[in-house]
Design a protein around this ligand. Structure first.
Ligand code: CP
Length: 305
């Protein structure tokens, strides 16, 4: 592969190979001396049209740990504010001869479009409500390291599924890897036709997380809603917010995940987010490792390799 645009298109062996590489990257990242040279002399540009804490910083650290020069494009102070288009911005950066561009954009499909206009490798860091492939890979790595497998697990993805590229990439990856995937939420937050993704649909948390091995909460994405939100925040928190009481419905050894950033007291209570069954901080650590693995895998197919 030259680009990573989505989980769609990756085979199970592709995913397993990336997770194996990421396991090695975890070991590298835990050493005092973290620097490797796979990307020495290469240039990586982070181009984020939407805010990010985890994804942008972990791509920067991953690139640097592999020896690349990393440039973070500041979109808010760029000529995008003067009306320069996505494609013109991409062509401009491409003329500076980067080897990799990591892109986050608010429109589904924007990253794929950009990938056709540049000569370097492109990685999707989240496009609209379409895909966030490295998030799904880091979630899979976190699950595999904690449960020893993905195949056969029951994984409940809960909350704002409709607006979530994280949910979409995870549904594709986890079903591909043999997990039994459930989505849980009010009808207003479940996209039409979601059953076609090969998942079970639940409208109550009690049935949705019953006997689950993993409870994955999603952020309520109010920036993707048109102001109106049904149910109200208070009702949503009451019926779908994960607290210690609801978590009792899951398996006794169930673990809790959330891609972050979290809305405390909305989709997840602090007692759960900060509790002993939360994998949230481990997911962040795995994020750097997975991005190192993706960069290393793409390094073999970069222009001029
Ligand atoms: N999970 C995730 O993508 O977080 P950021 O928006 O902070 O990158």
């Amino acid at each position: 592969h030259r680009h990573l645009l989505g989980i769609e298109g990756l085979s199970r062996p592709d995913i397993e190979a990336l997770l194996d590489l990421a396991d090695e990257a975890v070991e590298v990242s835990r050493q005092v001396e973290k620097k490797r040279s796979v990307l020495r002399g290469r240039t990586l540009i982070n181009l984020f049209f939407e805010p990010s804490t985890r994804t942008q910083s972990s791509f920067e650290l991953a690139g640097k740990r592999l020896g690349a020069d990393v440039m973070n494009m500041s979109v808010a102070t760029s000529s995008v504010t003067k009306g320069e288009t996505l494609i013109d911005t991409a062509a401009t950066l491409n003329a500076m001869r980067p080897d990799l561009i990591v892109v986050r954009h608010h429109h589904s499909g924007a990253v794929q479009l950009l990938s056709r206009k540049v000569s370097c490798s492109v990685i999707n860091a989240g496009d609209g409500s379409h895909e966030h492939p490295t998030q799904a890979l880091l979630d899979a790595l976190t699950i595999r390291r904690n449960k020893g497998r993905i195949d056969g697990l029951t994984i409940a993805i809960c909350g704002d599924v409709a607006h979530s590229r994280v949910a979409r990439s995870n549904m594709i990856l986890l079903t591909q890897m043999g997990a039994r995937v459930r989505v849980v939420g009010p009808s207003t937050l479940l996209p039409a036709g979601i059953e076609r993704m090969g998942v079970e649909v639940h409208r109550s948390m009690e049935s949705g997380i019953r006997d689950a091995d993993i409870v994955m909460m999603l952020r309520l994405q109010r920036e993707r809603m048109d102001g109106a939100f049904v149910p109200s925040l208070k009702e949503f928190a009451r019926f779908y917010g994960l607290d210690e009481e609801k978590l009792k419905w899951a398996k006794p050894d169930a673990l809790v995940m959330h891609p972050g950033p979290i809305n405390r007291g909305v989709e997840i209570e602090s007692a759960v987010a900060d509790g002993p069954r939360s994998l949230i901080n481990e997911q962040v650590e795995m994020g750097v490792a997975v991005r190192m693995a993706v960069l290393e895998a793409l390094a073999q197919n970069l222009p001029n390799s």
